[in-house]
Design a protein around this ligand. Sequence first.
Ligand SMILES: [Zn+2]
Ligand SMILES: [Zn+2]
Length: 234
Amino acid sequence: MIKHFFDLLYPPKPKCSICGRAGAEPVCNVCLASLDYLPGITCLHCGKQLNEQYGDCICPDCKTGVFYYERAFSCFEYGGMGKKLIHKLKYEGKIQLTPVIAGLMAKRIENERLEIDAIVPVPIHEKKLIARGFNQSYIIARELGERLRKPVADCLERKSETKEQYNLDRNQRVLNISGAFSVKLSYNIGKYMNILLVDDIYTTGSTVNECSKVLKRAGADKVFVITAATGSNT
Ligand SMILES: [Zn+2]
Ligand SMILES: [Zn+2]
């Protein structure tokens, strides 16, 4: 209460949500410039940076796996400033960062000229939603929907509570996430031909792959994936 009173008398100066530098934007130009964008050659399937040359521009992971989505795109590497940006949103609740991330995603998608009918966020489990107060993928998807002028269909639900994926290997991740999602009964997916699936981070792709499988079984024709950040390639 007292804090609010002082905020009215002396409104806090707008500053960068990451470094604290004074400025009107949620992220200052210095922080934005230090994101590791994905220039040069990226895998034509998963969107990760290719550090070695492959004649067909497909990374080794994508050559061996079974994938249900057509292509995945990311905006920057999950490390350094990219990791900070995601953590500030996800774990410190700085939702003012949402438009920054959605803006980068919109640019990335507009460059690809994809035909999209609906945007679908990757859901989090209800318990996590209550604890965090928001699903980062959903709020990003809403901002992205406004920018791309496409409807957002929050049609997936996470049925089972899965273990955190970050300390699992590729096979464990696939098993951990298998069967975790379903399409809500109230949604008719068949009317959306092409779906853009939104998540914050792409690591091995097992989460978005499982969601894509469920969406295709429910009638989606094509599924594209956009994530803010991607882990580096194996
Ligand atoms: Zn900054
Ligand atoms: Zn790949």
